[in-house]
Write a protein that binds this ligand. Structure first.
Ligand code: ADP
Length: 598
């Protein structure tokens, strides 16, 4: 309780006030009692002095009676219990009830006598110079009962002084003071207790409310306070409760918003980082860590440059914050990734309070662009060769060679062959682009039930002349119970024809080609096996790429475009199937086309 400053501020001043007031009252009472007591004593002395004056007036007036004065004074003094001193106007003591006058010094300078000489009465409370004890003195000229001064034989005037011992008075006063002090003390204790009670009553709710407000500020927003009493404190408690309620719902809302924001951020494929103006990371999503190559869990609270180890991004972040201007940079390759990074200050207007970094993975479109460039270069290259040949021979013919009976047919033959090559190339390109656009958009080819056996026979018929020309043996082994599959018969025929065509092209004369088809689980499997030249191991992963040939000139000679296997791969893909290859150089190759059934 005493540790509460509010309690101390309320209680201690009151306690001090009570002490001061009680002390003032006590001192005043003590002084009043003292002065009243002295006054009473003075009054008693005054009366006694008049009686003493009257009693000794005879001794003073008659010179014969002077010798009896001192004994008389001693007798009266003993009787009334006061010390009596008689002196002449020159200060010589002529009688004293408690001392021997000849031994007493001149009393002219005693304050009470001085006052009596000057004003007719003198009062003084002080220690006696003669008997060394505290006395109250009253001195007056000696007068008779009518107030006439007593004149001595030699015409001199006398002064009488009565004194009372103050020891008793002091003792009585001490008892009184002790009583007063005890009463004052009791009053202070009682008033202090009352004060304590009220101070406590007023302090307790305030300190309760202080603790409550403390708890709120520490985030304990579920706490509430209840007060029975009415008035300002109860109003304050209600206001604090309402405040806690609003705070709680605000914090809930803020937490909900934050959770929503974090959910949105975590589900984004773009990397997002928010920092303050000192580039200290406030929010970061997983995608940012993945794209920019850092551990997301430990990133919050760290500086951007500690986390993102890319000079371009760090430099741009500094510039954006300094100029308050949005910036887009291309970053990469960053461990094989290419990124577009947008940096912008927030808010977009006014003094920036932070920075938002958004990283967008453009690797795929970057690769597409690269592929497109490569494709255009390849196509141009593929077209240029036959066109150059055709142009050359046409010009030769124009220059007169058409008349040469021997050479003209040969030239025309070459032109024809290259024109075929061009036609093949263009039709393969068209086919491929059709297939690619379908597989790229995830569109299945126009689907219909496909009789695989029929399709294989058609492909065989198509290639029969070429096979026969090279005196190769082509055998078909198609399972009789082969179920129908769903797909595009033309595409499948084209794929199988391409595989047979390749088998024929890359197998020497009199070689063997075998086509088998069977169902295996959920797939129909068409295998084209030859005993031709085979494919080197290192080329196998690339033969399905567009325009890739193991031996370019040999392929061209055969009328190949380098697109045949690409077309097969796309046909397999658009049907949800696969193409596999096994090959041993010098021994032959096996191409396996797997197409899903049903
Ligand atoms: P091409 O029009 O040149 O035949 P493809 O895409 O059909 O193009 O084939 C790519 C390359 O794969 C060919 O140039 C050839 O080197 C190789 N290849 C394809 N099939 C076979 C096979 N059966 N035997 C050996 N090599 C083959």
């Amino acid at each position: 309780m005493f540790t509460s400053p509010f309690f101390r501020r309320l209680f201690l001043p009151y306690l001090l006030l009570i002490c001061a007031a009680t002390a003032a009252v006590g001192v005043f009472a003590a002084r009043t009692v003292y002065s009243t007591y002295l006054e009473r004593q003075t009054d008693a002395l005054r009366q006694n002095l008049r009686l003493v004056s009257h009693a000794i007036s005879v001794q003073l007036a008659a010179p014969s009676a002077a010798s009896t004065l001192d004994p008389e004074v001693k007798r009266i003094g003993a009787a009334i219990g006061n010390r009596i001193t008689i002196m002449r106007a020159d200060g010589v003591v002529i009688a004293d009830s408690e001392a021997n006058p000849p031994q007493m010094e001149n009393h002219r300078n005693r304050p009470e006598f001085q006052q009596a000489f000057d004003r007719g009465e003198g009062v003084s409370a002080r220690p006696s110079g003669t008997i060394h004890t505290d006395l109250l003195y009253l001195a007056q000229p000696v007068e008779d009962l009518d107030g006439h001064p007593i004149i001595g034989p030699a015409g001199e005037r006398y002064y009488a002084r009565l004194a009372v011992h103050l020891d008793q008075l002091h003792h009585n006063l001490n008892v009184l003071y002790a009583g007063l002090a005890t009463a004052a003390l009791l009053a202070i204790v009682a008033a202090g207790a009352i004060c304590f009670y009220f101070a406590r009553r007023h302090t307790a709710p305030i300190s309760d409310l202080t603790h409550f407000a403390d708890a709120l500020s520490r985030g304990d927003l579920a706490r509430r306070t209840y007060r029975d009493e009415k008035g300002e404190i109860a109003t304050l408690a209600t206001s604090l409760n309402t405040m806690a309620e609003s705070l709680s719902s605000l914090v809930d809302q803020a937490n909900k918003d934050k959770a929503e924001l974090l959910t949105i951020l975590s589900s984004m494929s773009e990397g997002v980082i928010a920092t303050d103006t000192r580039q200290r990371i406030l929010i970061v999503n997983n995608a940012a860590g993945k794209l920019l190559g850092f551990e997301t869990s430990a990133a919050v609270g760290k500086s951007l440059f500690e986390v993102v180890r890319n000079d371009q991004v760090i430099k741009a972040a500094g510039e954006v914050l300094a100029r308050s201007q949005r910036k887009l940079i291309s970053v990469g390759p960053l461990s094989t990734r290419h990124l577009d990074v947008t940096l912008c200050p927030f808010p977009t207007q006014g003094e920036p309070q932070g920075l938002i970094v958004v990283a967008h993975d453009i690797t795929q479109s970057f690769q597409y662009q690269e592929l497109r460039k490569e494709f255009v270069a390849n196509v141009s290259h593929e077209l240029r060769t036959p066109l150059t040949v055709i142009k050359g021979f046409v010009e030769t013919l124009q220059d007169g060679a058409w008349q040469d009976q021997r050479k003209a047919p040969e030239y025309l033959n070459t032109i024809h062959r290259h024109t075929n090559q061009l036609t093949n190339l263009v039709s393969d390109l068209l086919e491929l682009s059709k297939l690619e656009s379908q597989s790229g958009q995830g569109v299945a080819p126009r689907s219909a039930p496909v009789d695989l056996s029929f399709v294989i026979h058609k492909a065989q018929e198509l290639l029969a002349p070429a096979v026969e020309k090279k005196r190769q043996t082509l055998t078909l082994d198609v399972a009789p119970d082969l179920p129908e599959l769903s797909g595009n018969a033309d595409y499948i025929e084209r794929a199988i024809a391409n595989l047979i065509d390749n088998a024929s092209k890359y197998t020497p004369e009199s070689g063997r080609i075998q086509v088998t088809a069977k169902a295996n689980g959920h797939y129909a499997i068409v295998e084209v096996v030859d005993n031709g030249i085979g494919i080197p191991r290192e080329d196998i992963p690339r033969i399905f790429e567009r325009f890739y040939r193991v031996d370019r000139s040999r392929s061209r000679e055969m009328g190949g475009t380098g697109l045949g296997l690409s077309i097969v791969k796309h046909v397999a893909q658009v049907h949800g199937g696969q193409i596999e290859v096994e090959s041993t150089p010098g021994q032959g190759s096996t191409f396996r086309l797997k197409l899903p059934l049903g």
